[in-house]
Design a protein around this ligand. Structure first.
Ligand SMILES: Cc1cc2nc3c(=O)[nH]c(=O)nc-3n(C[C@H](O)[C@H](O)[C@H](O)COP(=O)(O)O)c2cc1C
Length: 277
């Protein structure tokens, strides 16, 4: 499709992503179009996925870059309905976890390499550090995003479920995770219910995110005001509540209570075998 995408399609995709702050059109192809048109979906039909879809998504996920090729991530497919019910409850009753035909939990997994070190008589001195958990979480996120891009290219929809971290230890107990592993987020995959796809959600103007040479926060107040207007119109069209982005960030991060238990994450991770030194 390279070179065949019409400028109108590219312009329309960028306008949907940025509203009035649409960046200038640059190189474009079907891969980029798919990424720019991403949206999370929170309602799924029960239709099963074609045979082999999970394995294809995992091949895409394992093809992501991984720090030093350590491959410190794993993924659990959660098909059992009792386990799905626990995930749904942990995540504040998000019904799409029950609905979707495929639910995955991506793990930061340092434990596998630690077991290898012990088996080789060379226990790993380098893994009790925060660095190892960060590397494993980055690996898990890169892998998952490859799976998301692959899924969307197949006409499937997805939504990440970070709310599993509301109770990381309950997730670990339910999935039988060994020491040195923790669920960092879930992922729903499936075909969207009619009307569940929604619009592409606008993002902050590039001037806020992209810095050239030196970080420059001078334009961010004006850019945020413009983005608030975009998000408030988006919310009204899609969710019936004209919330600004500013209000949503304050609601999400303004109080410890709003973290819904995730303020205890360091303690939970230590209990699961990540000393985070
Ligand atoms: C790591 C991560 C965790 C997320 N957790 C949730 C979640 O628990 N529930 C949910 O409905 N959406 C969740 N999301 C989806 C975000 O809310 C969504 O990506 C964001 O609002 C932007 O919307 P879009 O993906 O449609 O562009 C999560 C996204 C990420 C990247």
């Amino acid at each position: 499709m390279d070179g065949m995408t019409s400028p109108t399609t590219q312009q329309a995709a960028l306008a949907a992503r940025y509203g009035a702050a649409t960046p200038p059109a640059g190189p474009w192809n079907a891969t980029i179009a798919g990424m720019v048109e991403h949206r999370s979906v929170r309602g799924y039909r029960p239709d099963p996925l074609p045979p082999g879809t999970l394995e294809t998504l995992v091949a895409a996920a394992q093809s992501a870059a991984t720090s030093s090729n350590l491959q410190t991530w794993s993924v659990v497919e959660v098909a059992d309905s009792a386990a799905r019910a626990v995930m749904t409850e942990v995540a504040g009753n998000q019904q799409h976890i029950l609905e979707c035909p495929l639910f995955l939990v991506f793990l930061a997994d340092v434990g596998r390499n630690e077991r290898m070190g012990i088996a080789e008589g060379k226990p790993l001195e380098g893994t009790p550090f925060l660095e190892a958990f960060l590397v494993a979480s980055i690996d898990a996120a890169l892998a998952a995003q490859n799976a998301v891009v692959a899924a969307e290219s197949l006409g499937l929809s997805t939504v990440y479920i970070g709310a599993l971290r509301n109770d990381t230890q309950r997730v670990a107990a339910t999935l039988g995770l060994p020491p040195g592993t923790a669920g960092v987020f879930g992922l729903c995959v499936g075909y969207p219910k009619a009307g569940a796809e929604g619009e592409v959600k606008p993002r902050l103007p590039q001037s806020t995110i992209l810095h050239r040479g030196r970080y420059d926060a001078s334009g961010e107040t004006a850019a945020r005001a413009a983005y608030d207007a975009e998000m408030s119109a988006f919310s009204q069209r899609n969710e019936m509540a004209a919330d600004t982005w500013t209000a949503r960030v304050i609601a999400r991060n303004g109080t410890i209570k709003a973290l819904r238990g995730r303020d205890m994450l360091a303690a939970a991770l230590r209990a699961l075998g990540f000393p985070l030194k």
